[in-house]
Design a protein around this ligand. Structure first.
Ligand code: BYC
Length: 319
């Protein structure tokens, strides 16, 4: 190794040490700050996957806009889905501050290199599924995202603050649908329970693999990207949600679920990790449909991007 390379290596080690001290001390990292390359890559992966989840997540709900059972329900659902699109935009912008373009992120989504949340590869079969998505899926997302409000990267943490405010409204609209159906006819109650049965386990999978199986956890904690482990957040969600289910008369589809007095938590049955792996590796019930739809709509929107870029270029020339 030459003298210059050795100096560069030493400088890098020093910068990394200072960076870790800053992060451990609770400082936020901002886009122009020096950061280790692996910190940048870790965040690009996580934030872009988060953004893709928000946008792909519009699909199962979008299917129900024309079938919402009342004008009120339709207005609320439309507003919620627009919020999700907005979340995607804040998150793509936060990722762009790390030096990746929106085009690259979309290309990674289309090639399968970038993942999106397992949960959006399941179909929304009935109106009760819209309730279950709002209550369970947004409910799980909030638990995770409240924790991410304190993540070390400034633009990501600020995006989370805004997103969490909207997600709590989403969670309540879903719970309201479920509560209403549970006050309805026998068929409506059955429909709500069926949605609960189908969404409960995939919602638990949203928190990711068990801590012992989570390859990114080490770096995520060292750099304070994650503030709680996958299992801690999953447990928090279970404890909160089981009580909400009881209030409206829904049964959690887990025969092993029971209150553990000593631990102060619910014990729960094992998650089907084989199903999780299949779904995140492209082999879930709706993976193909979701990606095909995104590719088609993205191609159809090409003229909008071209027009916007031309307008921007023209404006820049005038100034
Ligand atoms: N789905 O080492 P691990 C919403 C992957 S959308 C798919 O624990 P990490 C909403 C993981 O990526 C809310 N893949 O990873 C929108 C990794 O694979 P790669 C979405 C998953 O990053 C519309 C591998 O498994 N929320 O709210 O430390 C309507 C190993 O995992 C999943 C977010 O995205 C999964 N569930 O922890 C309604 C939150 N879990 O990348 C609602 C931000 C794990 O090496 N993300 N994998 O190929 C996070 O907090 C973290 O990335 C995770 C995973 C907790 C998801």
């Amino acid at each position: 190794m030459g003298a210059i390379q050795e100096l560069e290596l030493q400088l890098n080690e020093l910068l990394e040490k200072k960076f870790e001290e800053r992060v451990q001390g609770g400082d936020a990292v901002e886009p122009r700050d020096w950061m280790p390359e692996n910190y940048r890559k870790h965040l690009v992966r996580q934030i872009s996957q988060h953004a893709h989840s928000e946008v792909i997540g519009m699909q199962p709900e979008g299917n129900w806009i024309t079938r919402a059972p009342s004008l009120r329900a339709k207005q609320i659902l439309l507003a919620k889905i627009q919020d999700e699109g907005g979340h995607g935009l804040y998150l793509y912008s936060a990722a762009e501050t790390l030096g990746i373009s929106r085009d690259e992120m979309i290309a990674q989504l289309h090639s399968g290199k970038a993942k999106y949340s397992n949960i959006f590869n399941y179909p929304a079969l009935t109106w009760a599924d819209i309730g279950a998505i709002g209550w369970l899926v947004d409910g799980a997302a909030i638990v995770n995202q409240v924790s991410l409000q304190r993540t070390s990267y400034g633009p990501y943490s600020r995006a989370m603050v805004r997103i969490c405010k909207e997600e709590s409204f989403h969670q309540r609209q879903g719970y309201e649908i479920m509560a209403q159906m549970m006050k309805g006819t026998a068929d409506q109650k059955e429909m709500a329970q069926d949605a609960m049965n189908r969404w409960w386990w995939p919602a638990l999978m949203m928190f990711g693999p068990h801590d012992t199986e989570s390859p990114h956890a080490g770096d995520a904690f060292r750099w304070k990207i994650k503030r709680h482990t996958n299992d801690e957040l999953r447990q928090k969600f279970i404890d909160k949600t089981v009580q909400q289910a009881e209030v409206i008369g829904l049964t959690v589809p887990d025969p092993d679920l029971k209150w553990n007095e000593a631990a102060g938590h619910y014990d729960h049955g094992e998650i089907n990790w084989e199903e999780f792996r299949n779904v995140i590796n492209g082999d879930g019930p709706c993976n193909k449909q979701r990606l095909d739809h995104h590719k088609k709509v993205h191609a159809e929107g090409e003229w909008v991007r071209v027009a916007a870029a031309a307008y921007h270029a023209k404006k820049a020339n005038k100034n």
